[in-house]
Design a protein around this ligand. Structure first.
Ligand code: F6P
Length: 336
């Protein structure tokens, strides 16, 4: 096993609250082992362009409570090409990096794996994305904060919805995963949730959504009604769905897209702790010779999953969450 002298670290893809906590933990643990840490800026772009700097204890001292990432983040098309990976490997060799730690979502982690064809150093991934859609990790860094932010926003929407007896469709992020939508809907006592995991196709759902809204209003009297919807779910978009529902139900349905507010903000303690554990674990794993793995917390233990498995395994919503949704929403009978 070769001795690690220098670790490189970068954050890639959608930033996630808690990424700073992971960077801090990596730098402080590395310092403990006498290893220096080089930070690459703007994800894989920094690796291609040689945009880097030394991360010191002083630099990371006060970053744990900030959202975003001090390394900045980006998606990098150029890195997906052979030429890009070759260029990245040259930079890593020139800087004598022994191990590269990539913090990002599944796309970024799979990108990291590609580098192994051109570079002989160790590669370790940490799951950082609000979407919670990475296999091999019960929770990704940033998920808890994003859910919390959305819940706080919807609690506020509930106040005004109650006052005006209004129906709202609130769109939350998640790319192609319903984790945020399902968690937020349960935590906000939303009357309905539409996610990729719903049993019916969106087109088949329209009539039943209209029924649900109208029956709810009939049986409960005028009251607020909140439907949480996963982004990218409705083929024509949430705004069009709201228009269609308004037309068919004769009840005004207001769309509200929460958007990037869910990506920012102070990380909640769960993300700070998860990110710290994973940052420490990543440096320890690098000293132990780990290569081409992602470290995630599974059933309260830090587990290494081969990066090659990430593309093959689709993380599905956990059964308890799914069952809760079915019990509370689908079998909650508003019918007269
Ligand atoms: O992957 C994180 C995420 O915030 C997704 O939930 C969302 O679909 C996407 O990134 C948005 O990406 P961008 O900020 O590039 O528009």
């Amino acid at each position: 096993m070769r001795k690690i002298n220098t670790i490189g670290v970068l954050t890639s893809g959608g930033d996630a609250p808690g990424m700073n906590a992971a960077i801090r933990a990596i730098v402080l643990t590395a310092q403990h082992h006498g290893i220096s840490v080089t930070g690459f800026k703007r994800g894989f772009n920094g690796l291609l362009n040689g945009e880097h700097f030394q991360l010191t204890e002083c630099y990371v001292r006060d970053i744990i409570h900030h959202g975003g990432t001090v390394l900045k983040s980006a998606r990098c098309q150029a890195f997906t090409t052979e030429q890009g990976q070759l260029q990245a490997s040259e930079v890593l060799n020139r800087l004598a990096i022994d191990c590269l730690i990539v913090i990002g979502g599944d796309g970024s982690l799979r990108g990291a794996e590609l580098l192994a064809d051109y570079w002989s150093g160790q590669i370790i991934g940490l799951p950082g994305t609000i979407d919670n859609d990475v296999a091999g990790a019960d929770k990704t860094i940033g998920f808890a904060t994003a859910v919390n932010t959305a819940v706080e926003a919807i609690d506020k929407i509930r106040d005004t919805a109650d006052a005006f007896e209004r129906t709202f469709l609130v769109e939350v992020m998640g790319r192609e995963s319903g984790y945020i939508a399902m968690s937020v809907a349960i935590a906000c006592a939303a009357e309905q949730v539409l996610t990729f995991e719903s049993r019916q196709l969106p087109s088949q759902q329209l009539a039943s959504i209209v029924n649900h809204i109208t029956n709810a209003q009939k049986s409960r009297g005028n009251s607020s009604y909140i439907m949480v919807i996963a982004e990218n779910l409705w083929p024509t978009g949430t705004i069009e769905l709201a228009k269609e529902l308004t037309k068919q139900s004769n009840i005004e349905c207001q769309p509200c897209i929460l958007g990037h507010i869910q990506r920012g903000g102070r990380p909640v303690f769960e993300d700070r702790i998860l990110a710290t554990k994973l940052g420490v674990a990543a440096v320890e794993a690098s000293v132990d010779g780990a290569h081409l793995v992602m470290l995630g917390e599974v059933n309260q233990s830090i587990t290494a999953t081969p990066l090659s498995k990430l593309a093959l395994e689709h993380k599905t919503i956990d059964t308890f969450l799914f069952n809760a949704q079915q019990q509370i929403f689908e079998y909650h009978d508003f019918h007269d």
